[in-house]
Design a protein around this ligand. Structure first.
Ligand code: DGY
Length: 325
């Protein structure tokens, strides 16, 4: 069975595929394949382990119906047309559940770094501008006892909430479609309306998936409803916030700071004005980028592929409904 991976994957995942008798080809060029190239490449393979933003849309699924298994190496699946996959009865594997610790660490890191202007200060030293000590200069804000608001509380948000509670005894509020009993019981979090989340959060951290409902949601009117002292954190998907509106909100003091592990587009351009603001910290989408987490993701994706090739149900699938038919 021939498997294509669209980028180099961790060795443990590769080994699992090889031990199962798969011949694996890894696409090593440091660029995304175009839709046309991906379809053309997939014609010669039995399975696709897709890394990155490859469009698994209706056209791809129609052209590549021969694939016995498709798995993503990500928890997010906004690049997949799930309703087209459902209609065609095609299961799409993904790698949920194992990224929560690493991604919540990045949200926590950004929150703290923004609160103390850390990246900006680092850059001023690098430019030879350490400057003169003044009691009124370089002031950050403290997080102790402040309110963390989580937009889209799933496993990553839960992990972040635990960290913020333990480190700073932060009050926890969240906005979700459904209440999360575990987080309410364990951490005393409160479900609030979206407007309350905006009005009350000192730190607002986004952990929702990208969907028609969340695309561009954090825009001018929304930033205007937040506290002028609030920190906005996004480690989910860059398209959930409107970058121009975020920049304006920061420049006009509508909010205090922002920490982004995701941007729109990715990569962010080096002359993006957000990078020069003192209360902004940006990272290059490294939420899941630890050895442990990437290994765990590679194992899950490899097992998904093997199950699909064997005609079995993939252990982690975006659309389990296709198996219920
Ligand atoms: C995910 O798994 O969705 C991460 O954002 C990496 O793409």
């Amino acid at each position: 069975m021939d498997v294509l991976t669209t980028r180099l994957i961790p060795k443990n995942g590769l080994q699992i595929l090889k031990d199962a008798g798969c011949m694996v080809t890894q696409y090593t060029e440091k660029r995304d394949l175009t839709s046309k190239e991906l379809i053309y490449a997939c014609k010669r393979y039995d399975a696709l382990l897709s890394v990155g933003p490859n469009k698994i849309d209706e056209h791809f699924l129609t052209e590549c119906r021969h694939l016995k298994a498709i798995s993503l190496l990500s928890a997010g699946y906004d690049n997949v047309d799930v309703s087209a996959a459902n209609q065609m009865g095609i299961a799409i594997g993904y790698t949920p559940g194992v990224l929560s610790a690493a991604t919540s660490d990045i949200a926590f890191l950004l929150m703290l770094a923004v609160s103390r202007n850390a990246f900006y200060q680092h850059n001023t030293i690098a430019k030879g501008e350490w400057g003169f000590f003044e009691p009124t200069a370089n002031l950050g804000i403290e997080l102790y006892g402040k309110t963390l608001g989580i937009f889209g509380l799933g496993k990553i948000g839960f992990e972040l909430a635990k960290k913020c509670r333990a480190a700073y005894q932060m009050k926890l509020i969240y906005h979700n479609r459904h209440s999360n009993e575990a987080v309410e019981k364990e951490l005393g979090a409160t479900l609030v309306t979206f407007d309350e989340l905006l009005a009350k959060s000192d730190v607002l951290s986004v952990h929702a998936g990208l969907s028609a409902q969340t695309r561009g949601l954090f825009s001018k009117e929304i930033f205007e409803k937040m506290k002028s002292t609030a920190i906005f954190i996004n480690t989910a998907r860059g398209a959930i916030h409107n970058e121009e509106d975020l920049l304006a909100a920061l420049q006009q003091g509508k909010i205090w700071g922002a920490g982004l592990d995701v941007t729109n587009p990715e990569p962010m351009s080096s002359n993006n004005p957000l990078l020069s603001l003192r209360n902004v910290c940006v990272l290059p989408h490294i939420g899941s980028a630890t050895v442990e987490t990437r290994n765990a993701m590679a194992v899950i994706a490899a097992k998904n592929i093997i199950a699909g090739l064997r005609g079995e149900q993939m252990p982690h699938v975006v659309n389990p409904e296709v198996y219920r038919r």
